[in-house]
Ligand binder design. Structure first.
Ligand code: UDP
Length: 250
């Protein structure tokens, strides 16, 4: 394990989160980009943590990440409950916007992979408008055989500094691990449904909804079919309470 992996980690239900602000994350990521250091970045919310608890192979995969960002207020609250408070929540979507900003300023190469074809086309169009100086290394929709080594090679050859992978978890993290084992450089991060938002097809929750941390409720109303996935949150809170009790009794 690299030295940097040991520092500053906050364990929440077995997942080592980095205790950095959004700004600190972006600074670190930019430095690694400049040094051509390969970087596996994960943004993890309570749903991902619960999935990792239930799926040891995914848990192992997350332990291989260079950085894990606390995506969502649930993680920050859990860290407080466990008496190891995390500085701030770092939403995956905002981290991605920060990376695009850095890429724009420094004319870095970004590969966009994932989402449906027409969503991706709209995303690319919006990216070109908003960040005209970043270089689009390439783009490809997310509906292909994720085990296909030719796809890895196709992306690698374009020498991206940043690869945004929008397949949803756990698919995106699995693909990223294989990709980075072959790539020579680049920051790779799973961005879930972010292209759906960047394309303009899905709206982010309104500001007030974000402000009062009730995005989960907003999403539930917009997409009732997601209710099953949302049950992860009460389980997450229960598990955090258990961890807290265990630690208190030590
Ligand atoms: N997606 C993809 N390839 C797949 C499955 C999903 O590119 O094989 C995309 C999908 O189009 C969406 C994003 O991944 O843009 C997140 O999808 P979804 O919300 O269904 O995944 P979840 O987060 O629910 O796992």
């Amino acid at each position: 394990m690299d030295g940097h992996k040991m520092q500053n980690k906050i364990m929440i239900l077995g997942i080592p989160f980095d205790n950095m602000t959004r700004k600190e994350f972006l600074k670190k990521l930019y430095t690694r980009m400049e040094n051509n250091e390969k970087t596996f970045l994960v943004t993890a919310n309570p749903e991902i943590v619960m999935y990792a608890i239930e799926n040891p192979s995914y848990n192992h995969l997350l332990l291989e990440a260079d950085y894990i960002a606390p995506d969502g207020i649930g993680i920050v609250r859990a860290s407080k409950k466990l008496e190891t408070p995390i500085k701030e929540r770092v939403p995956g979507f905002e981290l991605m916007l920060g990376l695009l900003e850095i890429a724009n300023i420094n004319r870095k190469r970004v590969y966009f992979i994932g989402a449906q074809d027409e969503i991706l086309d709209l995303t690319i169009k919006n990216v070109k408008e908003k960040w005209p100086d970043l270089v689009i290394a390439g783009h490809h929709h997310g509906y292909f055989d994720h085990e296909d080594p030719d796809m890895i090679e196709m992306v690698r050859k374009t020498e991206p500094d940043i690869v945004l992978v929008a397949f949803g978890f756990p698919r995106q993290e699995k693909w990223i691990k294989t990709y980075l084992s072959k790539a020579d450089k680049g920051i790779a991060v799973g961005v879930g449904g972010s292209f759906d938002v960047l394309s303009g097809k899905t709206k982010r929750a309104p500001f007030l909804v974000q402000r009062f941390h009730v995005e989960w409720l907003y999403r539930l109303i917009k997409q009732p079919s997601r209710y099953k996935r949302m049950l992860a949150l009460p389980y997450f809170i229960k598990e955090v309470r258990k961890q807290h009790k265990r630690e208190e009794s030590l």
